[in-house]
Design a protein around this ligand. Structure first.
Ligand SMILES: [Zn+2]
Length: 136
């Protein structure tokens, strides 16, 4: 059964769909993990002749693995959503930069201010914190 294991590993994990820039390739991972579980599991059942309760154990393992992978996928999606929200906040903040520094009156813009955080900026001349205009 160890030889089958090695053969399965040769063909299974191929991260080929990593084209969307950071998009996790989970459907491909699902398929690879599931096919590896079934390949190895069936090989073990075949080698031991332990078909009857054995096949149920294999189905259970496959189901648990699927649930775990689905959970991983959900947390990856959450991370991506958080990143998108942060980028959106930064964009909104950039548009909310006033035309002049309220402290020293210098002309400022989103490009010339010093960003101290995604939604916090500093005047490049007097270093005062710039109150960003309310968004929306
Ligand atoms: Zn200033």
């Amino acid at each position: 059964m160890v030889e089958k294991d090695a053969a399965g590993k040769d063909t299974a994990p191929k991260p080929s769909a990593a084209k969307d820039g950071g998009e996790p390739n989970l459907p491909g991972l699902y398929a690879a993990v599931q096919s590896a579980i079934w390949l190895i599991g069936l090989a073990i059942l075949f080698a031991t002749g332990w078909w009857f309760p054995g096949i149920l154990v294999l189905v259970a393992i496959s189901g648990v693995t699927q649930a775990l992978l689905a959970k991983m996928a959900a947390s990856e999606e959450q991370k991506a959503a958080d990143k998108a929200a942060l980028a959106a906040a930064a964009r909104t903040a950039a548009m909310a930069v006033p035309a002049n520094c309220p402290t020293c009156g210098a002309a400022i813009s989103a490009a010339s201010v010093t960003w101290t955080g995604p939604t916090a900026a500093q005047c490049p001349y007097c270093k005062a914190a710039i109150p960003l205009k309310a968004e929306l």
